[in-house]
Design a protein around this ligand. Structure first.
Ligand code: S3P
Length: 176
C-alpha cells in the first residue's frame, strides 16, 4: 500500500496522512518533517536562511533520497509536486491522491496561520487573497496530474479517512 498525499497548504495532508497511516498500520512520512529534522531548522527558518529556490532543491533531494518501505503513507509539502516535475516522480512512487479544498476555505484557514507560512509571512493581509488566488490556479494544474482527486472541502479528518478507505481501489491489496 503506497499512498502519497498532495495538495495546497492547509488542505490537511499531514494530519490526514498521519491518522490514515495509524489506522492501516503502515509507516508515515512527511517531507517537511524529514527536511526539518535533517537540517535542524524549521521550514520557515530554511526559507529565511537559504531562500525558496534552495528549499525546492532540498525537497527534490528529499524525494530522490527517500528510502520507502513496501507500504507507507507519504505527505509532501504543498509546493513540492510543482517544482522539478516532481508530481511525475511521485506518480512513480505510489498512488498519488490530491486532497482538494476550495480556495475560500484555504484562505480562511491560512489567514489564521499566516506566520507559520513562509510564502505568506511577508504579505499584507489585503494582498494574501489575490496572491493565493494566483498560486492556487497555477498549482491546480499540477495537482490535477495526481492519479486520484478527492474533494475534502466539506469533510473532516475522519470522514476523509473513511472515504479513502472505502475507495479500496486506491489502496493496493494486502500482499503488496
Ligand atoms: C509550501 C507548503 C508547506 C511547506 C512550505 C512551502 C508551499 O507545506 O513545504 O512552507 O509552497 O505550498 P504544507 O503544504 O504542508 O503546509
Amino acid at each position: 500500500m503506497k499512498i502519497i498525499l498532495v495538495g495546497f497548504m492547509a488542505c490537511g495532508k499531514s494530519l490526514i496522512g498521519r491518522q490514515l497511516s495509524k489506522k492501516i498500520g503502515v509507516p508515515f512520512y512527511d517531507t517537511d518533517e524529514i527536511i526539518e529534522k535533517k537540517l535542524g531548522k524549521t521550514v520557515n527558518e530554511i526559507f529565511i536562511a537559504f531562500g525558496e529556490n534552495h528549499f525546492r532543491e532540498i525537497e527534490k533531494q528529499c524525494i530522490e533520497n527517500l528510502k520507502l518501505p513496501e507500504n507507507f503513507v507519504l505527505s509532501v509539502g504543498g509546493g513540492l509536486p510543482c517544482f522539478n516535475n516532481l508530481i511525475y516522480e511521485l506518480n512513480n512512487l505510489g498512488s498519488t491522491i490530491f486532497l482538494k479544498v476550495d480556495l475560500e476555505e484555504i484562505y480562511q484557514r491560512l489567514l489564521s496561520s499566516k506566520n507559520n507560512r513562509p510564502l505568506l509571512i511577508n504579505l499584507d493581509d489585503k494582498d494574501i487573497r489575490s496572491y493565493l488566488q494566483e498560486l492556487y490556479a497555477q498549482r491546480l494544474n499540477i495537482y490535477s496530474n495526481a492519479q486520484f482527486t478527492l474533494d475534502v472541502t466539506h469533510m473532516n479528518v475522519n470522514q476523509t479517512i473513511e472515504h479513502l478507505l472505502n475507495n479500496v481501489n486506491l489502496l493496493p491489496q494486502k500482499d503488496q
